[in-house]
Design a protein around this ligand. Structure first.
Ligand code: 5GP
Length: 139
């Protein structure tokens, strides 16, 4: 894409130039723990293609992305033991998107518990790693 910034943080994570706590990877998709989770067990799933948002993805990659999202959402639900799982996906700054490599949020939810604030409080990677281990075991 002409407006895709190859130096966005998720592009760097995909190239191994920035750290992340990885949950899952296949030929086309990559999943990792959100560093500023809105709930314990918040995972991000991204395609391994240069796409700012969902509108930039072709049909094949869209299918591959959603199949991975379902796989990881099942693992998150089982590992975290949450009764609900919210999938969110923001397109464009006006929609609240802050990282311009398309991604889907997988966020555990509980009755009566408000959603944490978006991209605010950073969590120690060692804590994320403990959660990632649990999630990986359920994939
Ligand atoms: P968006 O606002 O674009 O929908 O979501 C971007 C998400 O990426 C936010 O939830 C934010 O916490 C997360 N995020 C931002 N920078 C990093 C980072 O360097 N590493 C990880 N793992 N997540 C990040």
């Amino acid at each position: 894409m002409s407006d895709y910034d190859r130096d966005n943080i998720f592009a760097k994570i995909l190239r191994g130039e920035a750290p992340c706590v990885k949950v899952y990877e296949d030929d086309d998709t990559f999943a990792f723990m959100d560093i500023m989770p809105q709930a314990e067990g918040h995972v991000l799933v991204i395609p391994k293609t240069e796409a700012c948002d969902m509108m930039d993805l072709n049909e094949e990659m869209t299918q591959k992305l959603i199949v991975t999202v379902q796989k990881i959402a099942r693992a998150v639900k089982s590992a975290i033991g949450c009764p609900g799982v919210m999938l969110t996906q923001l397109n464009g700054a006006a929609a609240g998107q802050t990282v311009f490599h398309t991604h889907v949020h997988i966020i555990p939810r509980y009755d009566g518990v408000d959603l944490g604030i978006h991209a605010t409080d950073m969590v120690d990677p060692s804590e994320l790693e403990k959660l990632a281990q649990k999630i990986r075991m359920k994939i």
